[in-house]
Design a binder for this molecule. Structure first.
Ligand code: IPE
Ligand code: IPE
Ligand code: MG
Length: 245
């Protein structure tokens, strides 16, 4: 498959990916799980560059969930270390590719070292105008929604906003993703068919795409395949097919 098959006028504006299967990829090769995560980091780099090449405006990657803190301490520690190294290593390439980095999640839960590195790359890429890459780290959709409810409730309590003014726009403004449009295409690798607490509010009308491919094997062609599938679908948003034409 080549890019020509894709309609560049109908690209999803916001692609989100649940990058799953690093552990199984490693296990299949008789390697340690961390080797799978390293290969996964390589797949991240390739995918980000492919998305940038296509002109995808927003790419959001689920890299670590609030539930992933329950994993063995050694795996969590090595993952955090890998994150610091990858951020350090990728800064230059991100700049070359005009990529702007962002992050969503309970970022204060991350080790200080990760927070510092993350903030540095975010700052150094803030003026880039190409693909906006958002890493979901220590991210949980329920936590995000809970936190929005608390903030909005406080504003109501302090008479900053009236209850009647609460609408979808206000809720959107209190989510981590306040600067992002809704997700158009959600991809999950590794054959699991679940959402695992990712962007529950933002995927309300996303097209879902599941592939058996394990994350470290995901590449440019896999991304094109997912987008091609997206482009073959009719997004009706509740209307009838006739109303769309
Ligand atoms: C995804 O791969 C990466 C993270 C969740 C951090 P996994 O580590 O979940 O891989 P599997 O699902 O065990 O194969
Ligand atoms: C989802 O993968 C989280 C990330 C990809 C970061 P998991 O491997 O943690 O999901 P479950 O536990 O199988 O649902
Ligand atoms: Mg998994």
């Amino acid at each position: 498959m080549n890019t020509k098959e894709l309609n560049s006028n109908e690209l999803p504006q916001h692609v989100a990916i649940i990058m799953d299967g690093n552990g199984r990829w490693a296990q299949k090769q008789g390697k340690l799980r961390i080797r799978g995560h390293e290969a996964g980091a390589e797949a991240v780099r390739k995918t980000v560059e492919s998305a940038a090449k296509l002109g995808i405006k927003h790419l959001t990657l689920y890299a670590f969930s609030t539930e992933n803190w329950r994993r063995p301490k050694t795996e969590v520690t090595t993952l955090m270390g890998l994150l610091v190294r990858s951020l350090r290593k990728e800064l230059e390439r991100m700049t070359e590719n005009n990529i702007r980095l962002g992050a969503i999640g309970s970022l204060e839960q991350l080790p200080k070292k990760v927070q510092l590195e993350l903030n540095e790359v975010i700052l150094k890429t803030q003026d880039n105008t190409g693909t906006h890459l958002t890493l979901a780290l220590s991210y949980g959709a329920r936590e995000e929604i809970k936190q929005a409810v608390i903030e909005i409730s406080q504003k109501v309590k302090n008479n900053i906003i009236p209850v009647e003014s609460i609408d979808e726009t206000i809720i959107n403004k209190h989510l981590y993703t306040q600067n992002l449009p809704d997700v158009d295409l959600l991809i999950r690798t590794s054959g699991e068919v679940r959402i695992s607490n990712f962007l529950l509010w933002q995927i309300a009308y996303a097209e879902l795409y599941f592939t058996d491919e394990l994350w470290p094997d995901f590449n440019e062609q896999s991304l094109h395949k997912a987008i091609l599938s997206y482009q073959k679908r009719e997004r009706r948003f509740g209307k009838t097919s006739e109303q769309l034409t």
